[in-house]
Design a protein around this ligand. Structure first.
Ligand SMILES: [Zn+2]
Length: 119
């Protein structure tokens, strides 16, 4: 008994995505969610299975909550991580919690003396 299928070395087929004709052996099957589909596409239309399609397939342990959280004591201006103040509406340091923090954003300035001499 021979093979049930011909070699197909000169067979022509249409890409299932763009519709252009290609040699059948150049078309590749799309893989979606790790399953090989019956969608045969040309090399330009073929794309690898995107990892985003595999959401929920594998257990992910990524907890976000923190047990026994503590207040952020680094909020004070002398700490190295929060030495920069920022704020708007109104412009200036917005001390919502009324913490004993000086407002470094308050503008201060002055005008010197000018002496005008006429002769
Ligand atoms: Zn195509």
């Amino acid at each position: 008994m021979g093979n049930k299928f011909t070699s197909g070395k000169i067979a022509i087929a249409d890409c299932d995505r763009c519709g252009q004709q290609f040699q059948l052996k150049k078309l590749k099957a799309l893989v979606i969610r790790t399953k090989i589909t019956n969608i045969m596409v040309c090399p330009q239309c073929w794309e690898p299975d995107h990892p985003q399609n595999m959401q929920g397939m594998y257990p992910v342990y990524d907890p976000q909550a923190l047990r026994d959280p503590r207040p952020d004591l680094l909020m004070y201006p002398n700490s190295p991580s929060r030495g920069i103040q920022w704020g708007w509406n109104p412009v200036g340091f917005n001390n919502v919690l009324q913490l004993p923090i000086p407002d470094n954003l308050e503008a201060q300035g002055g005008v010197g003396n000018v002496t005008v001499t006429t002769s």
